[in-house]
Design a protein around this ligand. Structure first.
Ligand SMILES: C[S@@+](CC[C@H](N)C(=O)[O-])C[C@H]1O[C@@H](n2cnc3c(N)ncnc32)[C@H](O)[C@@H]1O
Length: 274
């Protein structure tokens, strides 16, 4: 495998930034070498420049999708940053009460940057616990990501037992099924849970999104951290437009909106309301 040169590294990070808004720090040359290197190996190429040319010349956009898949960081877990789900439990009854008053039974949530599905399924379990019991609710979660690789995993909905450990046992019992035989270390999300979640590929950089909203809740956690300020600003304005009045935006615990201009009301660290 060739060593990536600083010039090649800069070309790739410029391209990745332009296409996906992802900013790659100066000290990430090894990461780019390793991740983009996989694509070189796949094509049996021995030059980063040659691979760069392949990506930009591929009019189908397929290789660009593969490159972004290789570079994206997909760390996630069930009930990650649990205070968000506690807060959701606190506000859901009031949100539902207001919906009832206005004659609506729709609860819409968007998990933007959903990775391998743990976040939207966690949302499904939480919301299902509120909406399932009283019946008649139309609760759906739109789960989007840039990476087709993580979306395929999310859609399969099969998780190793280690990953399921952060889910309360009564929820595991209700929303997941343990495999048998050689699959006994794995759990599959139930059809009830998967029916609540719709997965779609979406690049948050796209100039138009193929849906209208409005959403009651947007979760965009640990995604904006990879974007520069200009794109974060754009995204926050768009999220504001996509959230219905009184709806909430949740961002990751290492993220903040303090350096951005926005119209959201601050509720608590990482939680905002329209
Ligand atoms: C670290 S994961 C966060 C997963 C989950 N939200 C959480 O907090 O556990 C970040 C996800 O953002 C996605 N992502 C990065 N850039 C994106 C873009 N431009 N459009 C859509 N998704 C993007 C990545 O593919 C990755 O799956």
């Amino acid at each position: 495998m060739p060593e990536i040169t600083v010039k090649e590294f800069d070309k790739f990070r410029e391209l990745i930034h332009q296409k996906a808004g992802i900013s790659i720090a100066d000290n990430k040359i090894q990461l780019v070498q390793a991740r983009v290197g996989r694509r070189l190996r796949f094509h049996d190429m021995d030059s980063f420049n040659e691979y760069y040319k392949l990506v930009v010349d591929d009019k189908s956009g397929h290789e660009m999708v593969q490159l972004l898949d290789a570079i994206s960081i997909n760390l996630t877990s069930f009930f990650r940053e649990p205070s968000h789900f506690q807060f959701l439990n606190e506000v859901l009854p009031r949100v539902m009460e207001e919906k009832k008053k206005s004659g609506s039974s729709r609860i819409r949530t968007w998990s933007a940057g959903c990775s391998t599905g743990e976040e939207p399924y966690t949302l499904g379990m939480n919301i299902g616990e509120h909406c399932g019991a009283s019946g008649g609710w139309d609760a759906k979660i739109l789960a989007t990501d840039l990476s087709t690789r993580v979306l395929a995993e999310a859609q399969a909905g099969v998780y190793h037992g280690d990953k399921v450990r952060s889910i309360a046992p009564h929820l595991v019992k209700k929303y997941l099924t343990q495999g048998t035989g050689e699959w006994s270390d794995n759990f599959r999300v139930s059809s009830q849970l998967s029916a609540m979640v719709v997965f779609r590929r979406l690049n948050l950089m796209d100039s138009q999104y193929p849906f209208k909203g409005p959403f009651d809740f947007i979760f965009c956690r640990n995604v904006m951290i990879y974007f520069n300020r200009e794109f974060q600003q754009k995204l926050i304005n768009r999220f504001y437009d996509y959230i219905g009045p009184g709806g909430y935006l949740f961002i990751g615990h290492s993220e903040s909106l303090t350096s951005l201009d926005h119209k959201f009301k601050y509720i608590r660290p990482t939680v905002y309301q329209k």
